[in-house]
Design a protein around this ligand. Sequence first.
Ligand code: MG
Length: 158
Amino acid sequence: MNIRIGNGYDIHRLQAGRKLILGGVDIPHTKGLLGHSDADALTHAIMDAMLGALSLGDIGLYFPPSDPQWAGADSQRLLAQVNQLLSDRGWHISNVDSVVIAEQPKLKPHIHAMRDRLATTLSIQSDQIGIKATTHEKLGPLGQEEGIAAYAVVLLQK
Ligand code: MG
């Protein structure tokens, strides 16, 4: 069996007046993630893991922040494009596993919706997507609610 593995990481700053979008889900909170696109750190980490698995670079290469067409972009649309790059090469996702580090808000009530949304975008089943949420135990910038970070690992097969 032909398999490839990739990992990805992303972090965005939290700021008042922004929507908090994680895994394509709009999560009610007093602050949201700041970025050129919708700043969905989880989706960006997954995209980088997918690209990394095939040594195709990183999302900055395909969706540069300097390009105005990605301003405020829905990251699910970008994720679908990355998925297309994989399928064009004959690869498909075996599974995704991820961790989101957020001191606040509590993500547990939203994990199911995030898995469903990502699975729909990736045309896979939600049981192929793992999402864990953890706090940073109040330590450092993540623990002080200055931002939210995400790690992802993706296994591809052909
Ligand atoms: Mg990002």
